[in-house]
Design a protein. Structure first.
Length: 93
């Protein structure tokens, strides 16, 4: 492995680990894919060429997970807004 590559892979692995809780753990397949990627990133025999396709697949899945989280957040905020409006209408009578 090229000098510094292991350090770079470790930093990216930490970044992924720190980001995962924000995405939740509902999707077992996504969690498994993340665990597999992290394991490969920390395996000195895999190297960058072995990690690159795993990272590309993870990135694609991550974009879908982020979209899902954004949609959930938006829906919850809309529901909260409706609840507040209903309370306001109820108590304004």
């Amino acid at each position: 492995m090229a000098p510094g590559a292991a350090e770079l892979l470790e930093q990216v692995a930490r970044l992924i680990e720190n980001m995962l809780p924000a995405l939740g753990s509902d999707d077992v397949r996504f969690s498994g894919q993340a665990a597999h990627l992290l394991e490969a990133m920390r395996d000195p025999t895999v190297g960058i060429p072995g990690v690159k396709p795993l990272l590309a697949n993870f990135n694609l899945r991550l974009s879908f997970a982020a979209e899902d989280q954004a949609e959930i957040r938006s829906t919850l905020l809309q529901a909260l807004h409706l609840i507040v409006e209903n309370f306001d209408a109820f108590y304004s009578r």
